[in-house]
Design a protein around this ligand. Structure first.
Ligand SMILES: [Zn+2]
Length: 110
């Protein structure tokens, strides 16, 4: 089957590793384009992925935030709703995991 996106490649069925926000979700069947690499999932497979993401607690839309400068350091604000969903109700220590190659900063709440 021809790729609907690039028109140059063929779709081949294979298992692909799915990740969400840098966390592996699992292997799922997809049609993968030999040209552009686009991965197309069936609605049945997409439902399985959604269920796996929810099970991992990764479901939700990315929340925009802002970095402020305080003295020589920077402070990231966290919306009340997001903080509470992580069990943060008062000032506390968290662990920051910079993923520089991906322009990402993961905040772990131990
Ligand atoms: Zn393609």
């Amino acid at each position: 089957m021809k790729c609907p996106l690039c028109d140059g490649g063929n779709l081949k069925r294979r298992k692909v590793e799915v990740e969400k926000y840098g966390t592996p979700v699992g292997l799922f069947a997809a049609e993968v384009c030999s040209g552009c690499g686009e991965q197309i999932f069936s609605s049945k497979e997409a439902a399985k992925i959604e269920a796996a993401i929810k099970k991992l607690g990764l479901w939700g839309v990315p929340v925009p935030s802002r970095v402020y400068k305080v003295g020589g350091n920077f402070v990231i604000s966290l919306k009340k709703k997001v903080a509470e969903s992580l069990g943060i109700t008062s000032p506390r220590e968290v662990i920051l995991v910079p993923q520089v190659n991906r322009n990402r900063l993961v905040v772990e709440v131990p």
